[in-house]
Design a protein around this ligand. Structure first.
Ligand SMILES: [Zn+2]
Ligand SMILES: [Zn+2]
Length: 339
């Protein structure tokens, strides 16, 4: 099968992913092999490729927002059948027995493994996944539209929950890429007033078209203090801007897996019981809840599609914030013959 593989971490500007032919994966006892239709491109893929995050294996196939069709099953798999349409998220596996798994926060599992980091991901024609960690894809969505829900959507949803935003809350979103454009729709549906902070005029226009009450730059003050905020941009310096916009008692959730250092913070910015917390990965429950909610709303994902062989170009566009909504690799179509 064809796959885009990384052999050494490097700047995406050097196009480090190489199109190669590799052996087809075989399912282990509790695994499924999925024929990949579409794979979302996430900022985390950039962090893995460029070395902001350490390499866990090389060569590596990145990609962890995978939508495809089950092609074969391990002998213990009873939850899926050949032909089912499934999504494969960032969390490849959790141990189920550590103190975090027992408490229902498998996203913090001590032995967690991740798709497209610890094991090969979805920038390929096939992927192997743990059956118990795959999610069903609602009929409401095409493969390309569903792909960005699997990380951008799910992590944004978890960040939304951890920000304590509720009906009637004023919620600020800092940065407006794939994750924020889904989170905005969820927040509007659940009765929040949403304020979007981004420099990019195309992103501001998309935010307004999706129901943002106000758009501005990150140093700007919103018309009223925020009850909750989510920082999507991986820029630690923006923590101060977000805290300045946040009301007393408000929570700022940091949604990125990697962020530049947060500058020394004057205590006045935290005073008044303001809370800053990070958001780490997501659980299977988050994914199932978001999928149900997304189909109900229904969420409209804006996607810009690229062929598999253009993964470097897609990642360059994500890095430069040139994508309106989410970038998605369209890998195979139902008619394309199995190689
Ligand atoms: Zn665990
Ligand atoms: Zn991701």
């Amino acid at each position: 099968m064809k796959a885009m593989r990384l052999h050494a971490q490097a700047s995406i500007d050097t196009s480090p992913l190489v199109l190669e032919v590799v052996p087809d994966p075989k399912p282990g006892a509790d695994e499924i092999v999925v024929r990949v239709r579409a794979c979302g491109v996430c900022h985390t893929d950039l962090h893995v490729i460029e070395g902001d995050l350490p390499a866990h294996r090389l060569p590596l196939v990145p990609g962890h927002q995978v939508v495809g069709v089950v092609e074969s099953l391990g002998r213990e798999v009873t939850t899926w059948r050949v032909g089912d349409r499934v999504g494969i998220p960032w969390l490849h596996s959790a141990c189920g027995t550590c103190r975090f798994c027992r408490r229902g926060v498998e996203n913090l599992c001590e032995a967690a493994t991740f798709t497209g980091w610890d094991i090969d991901g979805g920038y390929a024609e096939r992927i192997v996944a743990r059956a118990e960690f795959a999610v069903a894809i609602p009929l409401a969505f095409s493969e390309a539209q569903a792909a960005p829900l699997l990380c951008a959507g799910v992590v944004g949803y978890r960040a939304f929950r951890l920000s304590n935003a509720a009906r009637g809350s004023r919620l600020g979103l800092f940065g407006f890429g794939a994750s924020a454009h889904v989170t905005l729709q969820v927040a509007r549906h659940l009765g929040c007033e949403v304020f979007v902070f981004t420099r990019n005029e195309t992103h501001r226009e998309l935010a307004r078209s999706l129901g943002a009450a106000w758009t501005g730059g990150s140093p700007d003050r919103p018309p009223a203090p925020l009850d909750a905020a989510i920082l999507f941009a991986p820029a630690g310096a923006l923590v101060h801007d977000a805290l300045r916009a946040l009301d007393k008692g408000g929570t700022l959730a940091l949604a990125g897996i990697h962020m530049s250092p947060v500058p020394e913070t004057p205590y006045e910015l935290l005073w008044g019981e303001r809370v800053v917390r990070s958001v780490a990965n997501a659980t299977r429950e988050d994914a199932a809840e978001l999928m149900k909610l997304a189909a109900e709303i229904p969420v409209r994902t804006e996607v810009e599609t690229f062929p598999l062989a253009d993964a470097n170009r897609a990642l360059q566009a994500v890095k430069a914030s040139r994508v309106r909504g989410a970038a998605v690799l369209v890998v195979t179509t139902p008619d394309s013959a199995a190689p």
